[in-house]
Design a protein around this ligand. Sequence first.
Ligand SMILES: [Zn+2]
Length: 215
Amino acid sequence: MGITRFATMSDGNYLAPLNSFRRHEARLRRAQRTMSRKTKFSSNWKKAKARVQRIHSRIGHARRDYLHKATTTISKNHAMVYIENLQVRNMSRSAAGSNDAPGKNVRAKSGLNKAILDQGWFEFRRQLDYKLAWNGGWLIAVPPANTSRTCPVCGYVSAENRQTQARFVCIECGFEENADLVGAINILARGHRVAACGEPVQSDRSVKQEPTEAI
Ligand SMILES: [Zn+2]
């Protein structure tokens, strides 16, 4: 899951960023400003408020539609999906920079935009989970530690492998690839180990039932 690519799959496919908010952002801000200038509870204020709400709901519709199409396609074509077990709280903390990935999208992740993205990630995972379940499949959340700085070819782990947000270059063997794709490949490999060797698994569904059933 990311900013420039909403989600990257281990086969190299990816989902475009959720920019429906950005497209409407300027209009929403204008409408909010207009509303703030009206006398509260006056009829002009009510009109302005209705406009703000209309823009909000249009943004929501576009986002839901996009996520439903994406999760339906994935769940129809895959029986088992591994996803990085990202906590929304961790995402906002890492915006300022962490050891794993120095923050390069602080602005993109801040404020309203960030809240929308967080919601998108949460909703994406929620839809994938129940749609896979409908089709008899599984969504398994995998701990993402080091997946962005491990070389999928030689296994070398270093923060230096990830010199920019977008590009992964292994300083040991020279393997070069899009950083989000590398993360997805590592999540898949870790997911397979979870499934094969019984490494601890985290799935909202399996935790409530018997954890071993997921394996
Ligand atoms: Zn390497």
